[in-house]
Write a protein that binds this ligand. Structure first.
Ligand SMILES: Nc1ncnc2c1ncn2[C@@H]1O[C@H](COP(=O)(O)OP(=O)(O)O)[C@@H](O)[C@H]1O
Ligand SMILES: NC(=O)OP(=O)(O)O
Length: 311
């Protein structure tokens, strides 16, 4: 089977951890164990988040007095693809000796007139108190918003249309290369009036890009791995109820928070609605169980749809 996995931020940084390189590398080493087992039996494409890391590097650049102006966000997304791609590459190569692994820097096309450019919603970087966040916003021209109990920087997050390097990725996958790509949703680019690719300041949602890429690569399964075992109804309340198997129709009748489970549910629904194949959301270390339909929240076109593992 061909499986596209979108790796959640928790694989790199647990909540509250400082974004030190050695800590993230250690976390990843543990996280790739389950991915390596999947890669032994399936064609695997891996994408990953970059929200915390993109914010850290953007702040670093904003504070660099040698620069005339801070690095733009598209360049910083590229930096995170290199950094996280390198960590994943090495961890996967060590877990799968002899296997060809590639980590690609890739771009994702968005619309230059996407309304998201006027309404930043994507949380990046570290968490702050309201006072700290407002001070930083004034100093660096950021937009900041409340994220639960804390405050964070927000940046525009336009909808992904296509991963520019889709054909190349497909070729690598067909050649048996375990491919890491579209990290952080991909480097956001538009086609300008001359038809040329040009970077834009944004951070794309990695789950939405994962869905677009999984469809384009004709993946059998699109799996989003995070730090909760299942999507839940009435999340965080005494009435919380895990969803094991559902359909886009049922999911679209519920509401999920914009900054976290909302984009995952939307990405799952789009993939299933467009392809008629299976999407899933669940825990990183349960990847194999999820693929067998024994873990996570499985999303299929209807309730009696055969699970991917039985196809
Ligand atoms: N209805 C829900 N069911 C499960 N988790 C939810 C729900 N609503 C919000 N969440 C939160 O979504 C988080 C996963 O989203 P996010 O932090 O964006 O994931 P990642 O960074 O791993 O991609 C979970 O840790 C959980 O706290
Ligand atoms: N780009 C992106 O969606 O990153 P996170 O998943 O880390 O927020």
């Amino acid at each position: 089977m061909r499986v596209l996995v979108a790796l959640g931020g928790n694989a790199l940084l647990r909540r509250g951890q400082r974004p030190d390189a050695d800590l993230q590398e250690n976390n990843l080493r543990a996280s790739v164990t389950s991915l390596a087992r999947l890669a032994e039996r399936h064609e695997l494409i891996i994408t990953h988040g970059n929200g915390p890391q993109v914010g850290v590097l953007a702040l670093e650049s904003a504070q660099d007095t040698n620069l005339t102006r801070p690095y733009p966000l598209d360049t910083i997304v590229a930096e995170t693809q290199g950094m996280i791609g390198y960590w994943l590459l090495q961890a996967l190569q060590n877990a799968l000796p002899g296997r060809q692994v590639a980590a690609l820097v890739t771009q994702t096309l968005v619309s230059a007139v996407d309304p998201a450019f006027k309404n930043p919603t994507k949380f990046v970087g570290e968490i702050y108190s309201q006072e700290e966040a407002e001070k930083l916003a004034q100093e660096y021209g950021w937009t900041v918003k409340q994220d639960g109990r804390y405050w964070r920087r927000v940046v525009p997050s336009p909808a992904p249309r296509r991963v520019v390097e889709t054909r190349l990725i497909g070729r690598l996958v067909r050649d048996g290369v375990l491919t890491v790509c579209a990290g952080g949703g991909g480097i956001p680019v538009i086609r300008n009036e001359k038809g040329r690719l040009q970077g834009v300041e944004a951070v794309i949602d990695k789950d939405l890009t994962g869905s677009v890429l999984a469809e384009a690569l004709e993946a059998d399964v699109f799996m989003m791995l995070t730090d909760v075992p299942r999507v839940a109804r009435h999340f965080g309340t005494p009435e919380q109820e895990d969803i094991t198997h559902t359909t886009p129709h049922q999911l679209r009748a519920e509401r999920f928070p914009a900054g976290s489970m909302g984009p995952k549910v939307e990405a799952a629904c789009r993939f299933v609605e467009t392809t008629g194949d299976m999407a899933a959301i669940g825990m990183l270390d349960e990847a194999e169980r999820i693929l067998e339909g024994r873990g996570g929240t499985i999303v299929t076109p209807n309730a009696t749809w055969p699970l991917a593992s039985t196809l």
